[in-house]
Ligand binder design. Structure first.
Ligand code: SAM
Length: 173
């Protein structure tokens, strides 16, 4: 996934990527529904000496239209059943200012991941396919859409060969 030249500000899931983006100089707003995830990300940000606007919130209740962003990033949103997933994706899209870039599912899983045993839920309906994403962002310009296998190292139970999908799409405008 190419991140060079990413516009700012950026909204991403809490944790490592959030802090990494802030360290690159991006103005980052991040949300997660778990207090421990936010606390861990806050500690990481403090250790790296970067500032992130963290929010503890349920994504189902997130006000996507509160502020326009230049980019919105979703990383491993695998907890949502299909209808909720569609709502999140619609929210992410409308949070973007026209011409903004949608960076969705940086390293999200595709359904064959279920057989790999290296992380993610057992339900393939919580995964994403290239075809599904192409359909959901039909009104956007797709800059990158790629289904691929790669080694991941995200700790116990989340390491090894994984089946992933990346999408980068730009909102017209
Ligand atoms: C697999 S983790 C990915 C975390 C992070 N994006 C990353 O890549 O390191 C999924 C995250 O989704 C969060 N989550 C689950 N349900 C949520 C909800 N309804 N609202 C907000 N966050 C939620 C969990 O707390 C967890 O931190």
């Amino acid at each position: 996934m190419r991140l060079a030249g990413l516009p700012r500000p950026v909204r991403v899931g809490a944790r490592g990527a959030t802090v990494w983006l802030a360290a690159q100089g991006f103005e980052v707003t991040a949300m997660d529904g778990a207090p421990n995830a936010i606390a861990k990300a806050r500690r990481l940000a403090a250790a790296r000496g970067v500032t992130v606007d963290f929010h503890l919130a349920d994504i189902a209740l997130w006000d996507w239209e509160a502020a326009p962003f230049d980019a919105v990033i979703g990383i491993f949103i695998q907890f949502a059943p299909r209808a909720m997933q569609d709502g999140i994706l619609d929210g992410m899209k409308c949070a973007l200012r026209p011409g903004g870039r949608l960076l969705l599912l940086l390293h999200g899983f595709v359904p064959r991941q279920v057989g790999y045993g290296t992380g993610g839920p057992p339900d393939p309906d919580q995964m994403y396919t290239e075809a599904l994403l192409r359909d959901r962002v039909a009104d956007f310009k797709i800059l990158e859409l790629r289904d691929y296998d790669a080694e991941i190292a995200k700790g116990p139970g989340h390491s090894g060969r994984a089946a992933l999908v990346d999408l980068v799409a730009r909102r017209p405008g």
